[in-house]
Ligand binder design. Sequence first.
Ligand SMILES: Cc1ncc(C[n+]2csc(CCOP(=O)(O)OP(=O)(O)O)c2C)c(N)n1
Length: 313
Amino acid sequence: MTRPHTITRERGLRLLRTMRTIRQASERIAALYPTNVMETPVHLCIGQEAVAAGICHHLQDRDQLFLGHRTHGPAMAKGLGLRPLFAELYGRTTGCSRGFGGSMHLYDPEHGLPGSSAIVGGSIALAVGAGLAAQLQKQDFLGVAWFGDAATNAGVCYESMNFAALRGLPVLFVCEDNGYSNVMPKSVHSAHDIETLAKVFMPTVAVDGTDALATFAAAGEAIASIRQGGGPRFLHCQTKRWMKHQGHEKCDIVTVDRERDCPIHKLEAFLRGSGLASGAELAQTACEIEAAIDDAIAFASASPFPTPELLEA
Ligand SMILES: Cc1ncc(C[n+]2csc(CCOP(=O)(O)OP(=O)(O)O)c2C)c(N)n1
């Protein structure tokens, strides 16, 4: 896919802000995690921010996004705020799932986050169900299934693609392919080629998931087609996971070039190079996000833990 040069300054800065929010929040989570303030396992998505930003910037609150275990990036890009995210990670009542869900169970129906599943592939069929509901109720929203490369090995993935294609449902399948299932590379965990497989069922586009502009362009085309009644689409977004599968440590099995592979570096270079933003503006954005993260952490720390009575309420 060729890089679009028609991005507006406003759109470019919004994409960057989303990616920076995800990156800086993730880095803060990684820094705090060893201090045991968080009541949950975490699966960070540092390096994968362009997938979340590029796709979710085309989604509305009414679109229903179903996530797996690596939730933070797409949840933030879909509208989940820093306060309810951090409070949830801290296990507090002010968290988006009232402190009962943790990182893998972020719930924010106002922003179209109806739930997620820690079972690999477990939420794909739910997105198809949302698409079926939209079609039956003649309503204008999408179901979005968001999963990793390993989830394409699950039977439910095939059944979901089959049913969505058969009924022409408004569903976007997003495969955020970081090439690994925990420590197993794709060559070891999967016998199929993801695009060849998806193309059996629906139009499928491969995109460089470290390039926010390319992802934004590909997602725009796919989502416009779905909204016009064109049936389901599949986006195969190839990206890199910079951290270990779970927790706060850097990954030691993925080779990362911190400039060439960095979605934020790429977009910032584009914005500066094309005269859409200055270095000072970009630094200012980073500072503002840091302050919002400080605020979210203070909010989470000051919030109460849930009680058994709250569970029954
Ligand atoms: C059905 C099932 N099998 C195994 C696991 C353990 N598990 C949790 S995450 C994970 C790796 C998933 O890899 P992928 O779907 O590619 O997503 P990624 O972690 O790379 O984002 C595995 C095997 C699980 N949660 N559910």
